[in-house]
Design a protein around this ligand. Structure first.
Ligand code: TXA
Ligand code: MG
Length: 322
């Protein structure tokens, strides 16, 4: 496996690996993606193998132009144009009617396809260089923490993929917001990098859809996901005393509490900014995971704006150890 800095030259190497059906982990503004040729079934099947997903789950196609979008999906709705104009490139994924060119392994047999145009320059350059949509889930092993740095990818997928392109830290830090807009109604499928309220300003109210009923294999919508490989709980002033004999990690929003009880402490954002907190979330969890701790405590954040996506990821991690 190669580990290369994302220079112009190395982006060319990455594109040629994709052309020969290989796997390339690359940075996006949300999290690192594990990319393969999105229109080739063999290439896409390698993603599932490398991630060890127990079943096939639908993937997001990453595009770099509206022409590429029209190549893979049908725009059935005026609101879609409003959304792409306002939020692309950026952390918004749209569920659209797929065209025949998209293999069913990408969509897990659904007639819809998830599409997103990332804003990260390296990601866009790679898609342009490759010249076709790149299918990419987050570059982590199934149900583990999402990667926001190249070294997080190496930790989980070392030897299982062909190349990791190192492009520094993902600046949004949580996955894209996923929405589905039909003629009759519009749904939020996953909270993420663009707050729901911002989207509602453009197209009106979004409903929550419990996708789990329709497709229980959708990992971002499972109740247990994004978990570190050690117990994690929400910080609770009263409960914490009971664990005073344990080696604890503490992740706080902006102010440290009960400092003396923790062997490792991280703060999401000193100034209490959700953007900064989201961008640090997974990297702080990876850090705690690499320390020799008994348990991680994380302080809940207020559920507004990006705080909704942060709490979505944390709740799923905590649920794993309930
Ligand atoms: O920010 C992101 O979205 C990152 C970066 C790499 O772009 N990607 C990412 O992919 O989070 P992944 O595979 O970890 O999550 C994709 C989510 C899954 O929950 C999947 O179920 C949902 O998208 N999805 C994909 N296609 C779908 C479809 N046709 N209908 C409903 N949900 C779909
Ligand atoms: Mg994921």
């Amino acid at each position: 496996m190669k580990f290369l800095e994302a220079t112009k030259e190395n982006i060319k190497i990455a594109a040629s690996i994709l052309k020969s059906k290989g796997l390339v982990a690359f940075p996006t503004e949300t999290v690192y993606g594990l990319g393969a040729d999105g229109l080739n079934e063999i290439a896409v099947s390698k993603i599932f193998e490398a991630k060890q997903r127990p079943t096939f789950n639908p993937l997001i196609l990453h595009i770099s132009s509206i022409e590429m979008l029209e190549f893979v999906a049908t725009i059935t709705n005026k609101k879609i144009d409003l959304l792409t104009k306002k939020f692309w490139p950026g952390p918004l994924t749209l569920i659209l009617k797929k065209k025949d060119i998209v293999p069913y392994i990408v969509t897990s047999g659904l007639d819809t396809v998830a599409v997103r145009m990332p804003s990260n320059k390296i990601a866009l350059d790679l898609i342009n260089e490759f010249g076709s949509p790149i299918a990419a889930p987050s570059a982590n092993s199934f149900s583990q923490l999402s990667p926001t740095k190249a070294k997080h990818v190496a930790k989980q997928l070392n030897g299982k993929i062909d190349l990791i392109l190192d492009g520094g830290k993902s600046n949004v830090g949580v996955e894209s917001t996923i929405i589905e807009v039909t003629d009759d109604t519009q749904y939020l499928l996953r909270p993420g990098g663009i707050p729901k309220e911002e989207i509602e300003k453009v197209i009106g109210k979004l409903k929550n859809k419990s996708e789990i009923k329709k497709n229980p294999n959708s990992p971002g919508q499972l109740h247990i996901h994004y978990a570190p490989n050690m117990p994690i709980r929400f910080y609770n002033e009263k409960e914490i005393i009971r664990y005073s004999d344990k080696k604890l990690g503490g992740i706080f929003f902006s102010k440290i509490k009960n400092k003396e009880l923790f062997s490792e402490i991280k703060i999401l954002s000193e100034n209490g900014e959700f953007h900064e907190a989201a961008s640090n979330l997974f990297s702080h969890l990876h850090y705690m995971e690499s320390q020799n701790l008994d348990m991680i405590f994380v302080e809940p954040v207020e559920e507004k704006g990006l705080g909704i996506a942060i709490m979505d990821r944390l709740t799923k991690a905590v649920n794993k150890y309930k």
